[in-house]
Design a binder for this molecule. Structure first.
Ligand SMILES: C[S@@+](CC[C@H](N)C(=O)[O-])C[C@H]1O[C@@H](n2cnc3c(N)ncnc32)[C@H](O)[C@@H]1O
Length: 327
């Protein structure tokens, strides 16, 4: 089911190819995209640390290392304890290595998907841990690096993979996906009410190689009366593609299904999400744990950033934190 009930036009299938205006002879990787060096500002840092209740001798997991902001503050509080950090993005691990060099004695780093948190934990040799944090989504380094293709504002290749080993890119989806599949992605993952219209416009104008070109087509596909957007009109479509490329909701489900097996009784799980579909999954999983007497929910109400935090870091505005303690 789609929010817009626009009829499909007869014959508007994927075979209607429009010239994208891109120089096909130019390999995408050679286009000089700007790379931002802006660092990621950790979101809900004090709240996350409070819920984690770091003990100097405790062992912890940061399942989403990113810019290492949360990890750095955990490491500062550790004495004999250890922190296992994980990220799907090898570039995040590489960058954080320098930033966290002074803590190398208590820091473990693993490239991997938190969907396999139990296997990654087993490989680390750590005992069941005292706390886990997962700060979902993208880091500022990923978003601001045009060559990753996450941003509709920056011209870059339509990649969007957090892990370069992932097979499917955003270009594969928009250039080869059926109109129906694309509409489903925009509706289900982006909660986009103009999903069908956008999918039809995308199929008509493909192929695409560049983010900004796709963003223009999406923007034009949205009716102008919907023009008083509080967000860029391509926001939902780009987010949906990113979630699809990286299987983010499926990974979160796996993580939530396995995480309690690596936490000791009394240990805590803190999840920060930026998307209502993610937060719903976290809320439901925590409620299930409580119903099954496996954990106690510590956040009766979801925790949101303060006005001050949002003012100083606008990217925090949609963040939601939930915490639970294993029984
Ligand atoms: C919002 S950032 C984390 C920022 C970090 N807490 C900080 O303070 O700098 C999210 C990170 O999680 C990583 N990530 C997303 N999904 C993942 C998954 N399934 N497994 C492992 N890492 C993942 C992303 O590559 C990204 O680097």
């Amino acid at each position: 089911m789609h929010g817009d009930d626009t009829q499909r036009e007869k014959g508007s299938s994927g075979d209607q190819i429009a010239n994208s205006g891109i120089d096909e002879s130019q390999p995408v990787s050679r286009i000089p995209f700007p790379v931002s060096r802006e660092l990621h500002v950790p979101v809900l840092l004090h709240e996350a640390l409070n819920f984690l209740r770091i003990q100097p001798e405790g062992n912890y997991i940061d399942a989403t290392l990113g810019g290492g902001g949360h990890a750095q503050e955990i490491l500062k509080r550790l004495g004999s304890g250890r922190l296992l950090t994980i990220d799907r993005d090898p570039k995040a691990l590489e960058a954080a290595k320098d930033k966290l060099a002074e803590f190398s004695g208590k820091l473990m780093m693993q490239h991997g998907n938190f969907a396999q948190i139990d296997e990654l934990h087993a490989a680390s040799g750590l005992p069941p841990v005292d706390g886990v944090i997962a700060d979902l989504g993208l880091s500022s380094m990923q978003l601001d690096d045009a060559s990753r293709g996450f941003s509709f504002n920056l011209p870059g290749p339509l990649d969007m993979r957090m892990d370069p080993q992932t097979e499917t890119t955003a270009a594969d989806l928009v250039n080869r996906g059926s109109e129906r599949d694309l509409a489903d992605i925009f509706f289900e993952l982006g909660e986009e009410r103009h999903s069908r219209r956008i999918a039809r416009a995308i199929v008509k104008a493909r192929p695409y190689r560049i983010t900004t070109e796709l963003a223009q087509v999406v923007t034009r596909a949205i009716p102008s009366r919907a023009g008083l957007h509080q967000i860029h009109p391509a926001t939902r479509a780009f987010m949906a593609l990113r979630l699809a490329v990286n299987g983010e909701l499926e990974n979160l489900d796996e993580f939530l299904g396995r995480i309690l097996t690596v936490v000791r009784p009394g240990g805590r799980v803190v999840v920060i999400s930026f998307h209502s579909l993610e937060d719903r999954r976290v809320k439901q999983a925590f409620r299930r744990w409580q119903d099954e007497d496996r954990a106690t929910v510590l956040t009766k109400k979801v925790v949101r950033p303060s006005e001050d935090e949002i003012r100083s870091n606008p990217r925090a505005r949609s963040a939601k934190l939930r915490a639970a303690e294993k029984n």
